[in-house]
Ligand binder design. Sequence first.
Ligand code: UGA
Length: 443
Amino acid sequence: MKNVVCIGCGYVGSVTSVAFAALGYHTVVIDVDSNKVEMINAGKSSLYEPGLEPLIQQVSGRTLFAVSTYEPIKEADIVFICVGTPSLVDGTADLTYVKMAAKQIGMALNPGKFTVIVNKSTVPVGTADLVTSILEEESGLQAEQDFAVVSNPEFLREGFALEDVMAPDRIVIGTSNERARKQMRLLYEPLIQLNSADQVVYFETDAKSAELIKYASNAFLAVKISYINEVAKLCEALNAHVPDVAKGMGLDSRIGSKFLQVSSGWSGSCFPKDTAELLATSFKYGSELSIVSAAITANLNMHLYCVDKIVRQLGDLRGKTIAILGLTFKPDTDDARATQATVIIRKLIELGAAIHVHDPMGMPMFSALNGDLPITYCNSGEEAAQGVDGLVLLTHWECYIKLDWQKIFLSMRHPYILDTRNFLDKKTLQELGFQYDGIGLGR
Ligand code: UGA
């Protein structure tokens, strides 16, 4: 067993295909976008992710190939569906691309070969059954006997994608088909071998439970962040110090220290979409996950709480200018989809402020998605801060620590900083004369 095919070369598809190619499997990635196909074959990445492009360069043309036709399905042992599942207006996931991929795979399936089709994209519970019925209809073959569908959700974080894929905490395999289980285990064996024995937990379950594990995990993390963000607000009222509160909580191994970092709220292409889908599913089955609903509300309130903090400091925003540092939902990505910056900037503009922005990687995508916004894009943090009444750090890019803060202090009309990640050096900035404000710092 050695032929792997990945459908889609977006985030999950690019990283998954590169990882299997790096493990030595003959891997073909199929995408309708000929631009992306050409880029992969030229050793380039169509998205920014640390370490991804050098690895594509190493494997492209050797074990990794990109094409636009479904022809390679005929030779495939395992086919990963890695297409997008964006949110519909009611919060449910749009399965258009998954269905299209399933149809095309079905039409190309090889009757003489047992093929395993894997849902790698984050898909609603029940999608393995849906894909199975599409494949049966299109191929005329019999599920379980001629092919099997497996749920194998992806848990990678943008910015750490290769690390998460090559050294995962867990590999979750959802299927009740024994043959497919064996093939999946064989496929992942080299990856498990690469890591120390107790590092990667290989967990087998049924398809529906695997699908739910993905949503329940992302929603849990979103709840955890919203919880510490609300605790941070309480810290402000009580004059307590949220970094210490988070640290003290995290020392309990049942709680854990990760995902207790304060922010202006979680965002990005996963948490908003996945919490909305999980909530919609829970409504559909009459079993509302009220805690997820509360986290979504708390998260929007957190974005607006940051705007309130600015207004409390600067008063009427009409005629004032604010610099925003960071447009991506977190550092080390160029992904500016559905970020907290969009909500906060729109609200500040509504209140009359003029906006300068800077982000080391995210400005092209942010401007493409928010072309209607009257904002000034700047080449550096220093340029964004020129003449402004307040500066707001939304994304904790490492490069912002090294800005010329003295120069920034001298160039701002009013030296107010809101550091929503409690990331900058408060003491140094205060010594320079800044009016520094974090979230929940208390002292
Ligand atoms: C998330 C999950 O962490 C991955 O496990 C999952 O595979 C992925 O979604 C997915 O479904 O594909 P990602 O969206 O890349 O990964 O980003 P995270 O690192 O989880 O951050 C999400 C948001 O929460 C960001 O806005 C981040 O800044 C914020 N965050 C994170 C905090 O505000 N505080 C924290 O302590 C951690």
